[in-house]
Design a binder for this molecule. Structure first.
Ligand code: NAD
Length: 431
């Protein structure tokens, strides 16, 4: 099933739960604007390269569009539309005064040199700016897959050259030197952790952090920061994985700095111990580590499974094998709709992406607020504010869940987001 069909099914489910009219479904089932352009830029050898670029603006009833820009060979319009729609709901779930957008450029940035990447970033942002797409009160992008603070810096610089004045708030996820916010690099993981901690406290009031064993799929930005944060709070991170495989730590607790060392020295977690199928048993025994496959990690008997890698990793074929009673979706869309139903029928709680990974956009919003006011907040202030936003969203979500007879957290999150967007549309006379 294509991602946008998946989104529409979840939207339909939420509409049915609240008993809304079809007009409500229709209002959110199509984006307000789609910008599509062929982006041309110079390669280092002087030739021209042209790639497809998109920006989808889903809904702006609650505020300017907000959402990342990804550079990926598979970034097509269906994917970008889906992610833009989810951004509208995500911003509404955490009650930010923002709408949803997403950008994509169909390119493999690994095939480009640094200077080619810069020319592409500038060309994409110039095309969008000249077409009236981007603007500090209109549409504020951020990093996403294979884009980073450096790419944001080039885009901001290009924008400022076009308009002729400084406007750092036109894009977020910038380096600190150019108006980025403290706490932004780990905000997604920190926000997800605040929600998980709150959920576990409510569900298991007699347990303490050391009673929970956690496995984390993905050891990139979201997964590695999450493992750090959970470990420092006293939870037991027992296994982590990356694209090459997983490691399980004997003694029931990984030493997180060691995991970083493995990844750095071996190129991957598993690569530190194995070369192909040949694994160094002695080294593993000294380090008290065992290697596992990625599937084995997903199917481990742990208290919490954190998904922080790719979309669609739990699907119809493996949903029956998941043993963790709680799954936290730090990645976008890691569970297919078919798997969602299987896990739900097995009473496995899924803390859904549109809540669990909303910490990233929340601190992006803080960055935008700081840029517009000229203020710079201390890291502690950012984290306190983030905690408040995440806790309020979770409280509101549980209220919806109670109101609609224990609907799943995903459906409740869709309901909460939809209600907030529809109410803004009504007040504007758009519905
Ligand atoms: P990243 O590229 O930094 O990390 C991805 C990690 O997943 C890497 O360690 C990679 O090796 C690993 N991986 C890939 N395939 C795997 C597999 N089959 N099994 C196990 N691990 C695998 O990306 P990221 O920024 O950490 O993003 C991860 C997910 O979180 C994405 O879905 C992204 O959209 C979502 N997300 C990230 C942020 C953020 O702020 N970074 C915000 C919102 C959502």
């Amino acid at each position: 099933m294509k991602p946008f069909e998946n989104f529409l099914l979840n939207l339909r489910k939420a509409v049915n739960v609240i008993g809304l009219k079809d007009s409500a479904f229709e209002a959110l089932s199509e984006p307000e604007n789609i910008f599509e352009s062929e982006i041309s830029f110079k390669k280092d050898d002087g030739s021209d390269m042209t790639v497809s670029g998109y920006r989808v603006q889903h809904n702006s009833a609650r505020g300017p569009y907000k959402g990342g820009i990804r550079f990926h060979p598979d970034a097509d319009i269906d994917e970008v539309k889906t992610l833009a729609s989810l951004m509208s709901l995500k911003c509404a779930v955490v009650n930010l005064p923002l709408g949803g957008g997403k950008g994509g450029v169909q390119v493999n940035p690994k095939d480009l040199s640094e200077s080619e990447l810069e020319r592409l970033s500038r060309a994409y942002f110039r095309a969008g700016t000249e077409a009236g797409v981007f603007g500090v009160k209109k549409d504020i992008p951020a990093p996403d897959v294979y884009t980073n603070p450096q790419v944001m810096s080039w885009m901001m610089d290009e924008y400022e050259q076009i308009v002729g004045y400084k406007e750092p708030g036109v894009i977020t996820g910038k380096p600190l030197e150019l108006g980025g916010s403290l706490g932004r690099n780990y905000a997604t993981s920190q926000g997800g952790f605040f929600i998980l901690e709150e959920y576990l406290k409510q569900q298991y009031p007699d347990k303490s952090p050391k009673d929970f064993r956690i496995a984390v799929q993905g050891f990139g930005n979201a997964g590695a920061y999450f493992a750090d944060i959970a470990d420092r709070a006293g939870y037991k991170v027992v296994a982590v994985s990356d694209s090459k495989g997983a490691v399980f730590c004997e003694g029931d607790q990984c030493e997180i700095p060691k995991l970083h060392k493995y990844k750095k020295e071996g190129g991957s977690l598993r690569g530190n111990f194995c070369d192909g199928d040949a694994c160094d048993i002695e080294k593993m025994s000294t380090e008290k580590v065992k290697v596992m496959t990625n599937d084995e990690l997903l199917e481990m008997e742990v208290d919490v499974l954190v998904l922080a890698a790719l979309d669609g990793v739990i699907h119809q074929e493996n949903a029956d094998k998941i043993k963790a009673p709680v799954v936290l979706e730090l990645a976008n869309g890691p569970i297919t709709i078919e798997a969602d139903e299987i896990l739900e029928s097995r009473d496995i709680t899924i803390i859904p992406d549109i809540l669990a990974n909303a910490g990233g956009v929340t601190v992006s919003y803080f960055e935008w607020v700081q840029n517009r006011s000229g203020d710079v907040w201390e890291e502690e202030v950012v984290n306190q504010k983030l905690k408040k936003v995440m806790h309020h969203a979770f409280r509101d979500l549980l209220q919806i869940q109670g109101q609609y007879n224990g609907a799943s957290l995903r459906t409740s999150a869709f309901v909460l987001g939809m209600q907030r967007i529809l109410s803004a549309m009504k007040l504007r006379g758009r519905l």
